[in-house]
Design a protein around this ligand. Structure first.
Ligand SMILES: C[S@@+](CC[C@H](N)C(=O)[O-])C[C@H]1O[C@@H](n2cnc3c(N)ncnc32)[C@H](O)[C@@H]1O
Length: 440
């Protein structure tokens, strides 16, 4: 083993004093936090073509697991099987909170390790099917070396999830970080730095770029949100690196990995969803995916983090072509899809409002049946057969078109996934007790 600690001392000190994100273990009794990176439906769909059976021999590593959001969510879904979930973080204060959360939930399927990601090749933990590393590698001395360390313990057919800061959507954060670096004298304690930062922010003129974007960051820094811990993490961090889309592709390539896709804001990473000018659309359609993703990021300017899957070999996500798969609704449609189907009147458009998302759902006899079967049980083969039997006039081509339309509307917004029929196995938590950690 090398003598180097494998982490930056100032970064470790921050997370020992300010474990991130702030969590109260008692909250576990009333809600379960969820995020795409820990959602087995999302993981299965994007990384395993919908066919992974998580019930036997599945091994997951949550690297830089912090105060436990993802490890708890994964462990909760994998409660009743032999899956092993390993939590690794260099901050013992963070681990204490994560462990306390697991105790409240009586979870005993997590192995807890305090240590550095950089030591993974030497820790003897074996290989993993899935590695989740959210908001960590941009705080390492070298993001590239961190990703290599993760890759060294990835199973050949496994997948990695990364969240890394995004350049354009965080521009106002970097402006503010620069101002604070100039303004706050060296040598102050962490609480003193936070106090000075708060005073300065409160006094800033409206022209300041951070103030103009304050709504985006309010939760992160406000006392009702992530408070001093969030403010320090956002504005006073000693190591904070961001990436644009071409840099993500270069990072992946440098480690011999392929970028599988962006599971969270999928819709946003395609400029065709934001541009209506026909000439521009024609040009954009000719471009390869990396260039299109890069343009989408630059034209939107509001992607503040990149969330994406990586694997050693390029592979297709689950697709409607695979007849053994079934439709599985998620988010608020998890329990509501059959109710929605029952209320659909053919010929009308149903308005489905869910937080900031509003869907206009065209109702037809076919779409009504599709919504009635988003159960993870009925294979697409059987669904097509049932639709044809119930609606004799519906041609296979017409059924296909409607399936594609429903899928195109729901999947990129996280409402619908494809999963092998009847093989999902794991427990889908009660949605009414789920709290979104971020946009999913
Ligand atoms: C911003 S927090 C993110 C926590 C968690 N992944 C989440 O998204 O809620 C970053 C975490 O990475 C951990 N970390 C940073 N560098 C590390 C390293 N070299 N090895 C292990 N953990 C590290 C920190 O201790 C901290 O808990």
């Amino acid at each position: 083993m090398s003598d180097q600690p494998g982490y930056l001392p100032e970064v470790k000190q921050q997370y020992e004093q300010y474990p991130y994100p702030p969590r109260n273990p008692a909250d576990e009794a009333r809600r379960l936090l969820h995020a795409a990176s820990g959602n087995l439906l999302v993981i299965n769909h994007h990384c395993f073509a919908g066919k992974r059976d998580f019930r036997s021999g599945f091994r997951a590593l949550v690297a830089g697991g912090g105060t436990g959001d993802t490890v708890i969510y994964l462990a909760e879904q994998l409660r009743n099987c032999d899956a092993e979930i390993v939590y690794l973080d260099m901050s013992s204060a963070s681990r204490e909170i994560a462990e306390a959360r697991a105790r409240v939930r009586k979870l005993d399927n997590i192995r807890w390790i305090t240590g550095s990601i950089m030591k993974l090749p030497e820790l003897g933990l074996g290989e993993f099917d899935y590695i989740e590393c959210c908001g960590v590698l941009h705080h390492l001395e070298s993001t590239e070396a961190g990703l290599q360390a993760l890759n060294s313990v990835l199973r050949e057919d496994g997948a990695i999830f990364l969240m890394l800061y995004a350049r354009y959507g965080r521009q106002s954060v970097y402006d503010m970080q620069a101002l604070l670096q100039t303004y706050i004298p060296a040598g102050l304690s962490m609480p003193e730095r936070v106090r000075m930062a708060r005073r300065l922010i409160a006094a800033l003129p409206p022209s300041n770029s951070f103030i103009r974007n304050l709504d985006t960051w309010k939760h992160e820094i406000s006392p009702n949100g992530n408070g001093d811990i969030g403010l320090y993490d956002l504005l006073l961090h000693s190591k904070d690196r961001c990436f644009d889309v071409p840099e993500l592709y270069a990072l992946a390539q440098g480690c011999g990995l392929q970028l599988l896709g962006f599971p969270v804001r999928q819709h946003d990473y395609d400029p065709l969803n934001h541009i209506s000018d026909p000439e521009l659309r024609a040009q954009l359609s000719q471009m390869d995916p990396p260039r299109r993703h890069a343009i989408a990021e630059q034209l939107l300017c509001n992607i503040d983090k990149h969330e994406f899957f990586l694997a050693r070999t390029a592979r297709r996500a689950a697709s409607l072509d695979d007849e053994s798969l079934s439709l599985r609704s998620f988010r608020t449609l998890l329990d509501n899809a059959p109710k929605l189907a029952a209320s659909m009147v053919p010929g009308k458009t149903l308005r489905y409002a869910d937080g900031e998302t509003t869907l206009q759902i065209p109702c037809t006899p076919v779409s009504k049946l599709i919504y009635a079967h988003m159960d993870g049980q009925t294979s697409l083969r059987e669904l097509r057969r049932r639709i044809q039997a119930a609606i004799p006039g519906a041609t296979p081509a017409a059924i296909e078109k409607e399936l594609q339309q429903v899928y195109a509307q729901l999947h990129p917004r996280g409402y619908l996934y494809l999963i092998e029929a009847g093989k999902y196995g794991i427990s889908v938590p009660d949605y009414s007790k789920l709290d979104a950690r971020g946009a999913e």
